[in-house]
Write a protein that binds this ligand. Structure first.
Ligand code: GLY
Length: 237
């Protein structure tokens, strides 16, 4: 399959499905989407390439038939359904399903979500979501992953990270920790993908500027990040 990839998430109670905001991630470790695959080096939302008609097409041709087939088999699926899509010239194609949120796509969705997530997840897990409606901020969001040098190969652990409080001074920025530990008041890196520096702004450029300004305040010699997150979408602006 040839095309651009997009991550598509729905909440489902087994019958009804509510699409969440759209997102795209960058799976390769290197700038220009080069080098080995990773869990994801950054993401942004919305993915403007996922137009309303493409969203409708995905729901009708991919998501709903899957949920119907699962229910018909006597194994209805409840929860978060994540479709990895390839947007081909012939329309969206399904690459894979995951029964979870995407990482780091979830981080940008959480910054854009205006509604309370907990009642939505409770209804998804235990009830009926036919009346569920989620509100989203209109702003764009971007997350940039700070990883340990060497990732996705071998990397050292236990190195100290400073500057995190200064990095979140802007109220539009949050840092989601993925691979850290606190020891004697210090923040230590203990994973490959370590921090998700996430910002929202009036457009993708503004979100990008805030996220990269925050990254500059983080003092972690052994960390690195891609400097081109969102490049495809930014080129289109
Ligand atoms: N970001 C890709 C994944 O969560 O699988």
């Amino acid at each position: 399959m040839t095309g651009e990839e997009a991550s598509f998430f729905v909440l489902t109670d087994g019958v009804n499905a509510l699409p969440l905001a759209t997102a795209q991630d960058h799976k390769r470790v290197g700038e220009g989407d080069t080098g080995p695959n990773t869990g994801g080096m950054g993401a942004y939302s919305p993915a403007k390439i996922v137009t309303p008609s493409l969203l409708e097409d995905t729901m009708r041709r991919i998501i709903q038939p899957t949920l119907t087939a699962m229910a018909d088999k006597g194994t209805p699926y409840r929860g978060v359904l994540y479709a990895g899509l390839m947007l081909t010239e012939d329309g969206p194609k399904l690459v894979e399903y995951n029964a979870r949120f995407g990482d780091p796509e979830c981080q940008v969705l959480m910054l854009r979500l205006k509604s309370d997530l907990v009642p939505a997840l409770m209804a998804t897990a235990t009830g009926d979501i036919s009346d569920l409606d989620l509100e989203w901020f209109d702003e764009d969001a971007m997350t940039v992953v700070m990883a340990a040098k060497g990732y996705p190969g071998s990397y050292s652990k236990g190195t100290e990270i400073d500057g995190l409080d200064a990095a979140v001074a802007d109220s539009d920025t949050q840092i989601f920790h993925a691979g850290t530990r606190t020891e004697d008041g210090k923040t230590l890196a203990v994973g490959g993908r370590v921090l998700n520096v996430t910002s929202k702004g009036q457009d993708l450029n503004a979100a990008r500027d805030k996220a990269y300004a925050a990254l500059k305040k983080i003092d972690w010699e052994e960390g690195f990040y891609r400097r081109d997150i969102g490049w495809r979408a930014l080129d289109e602006i």
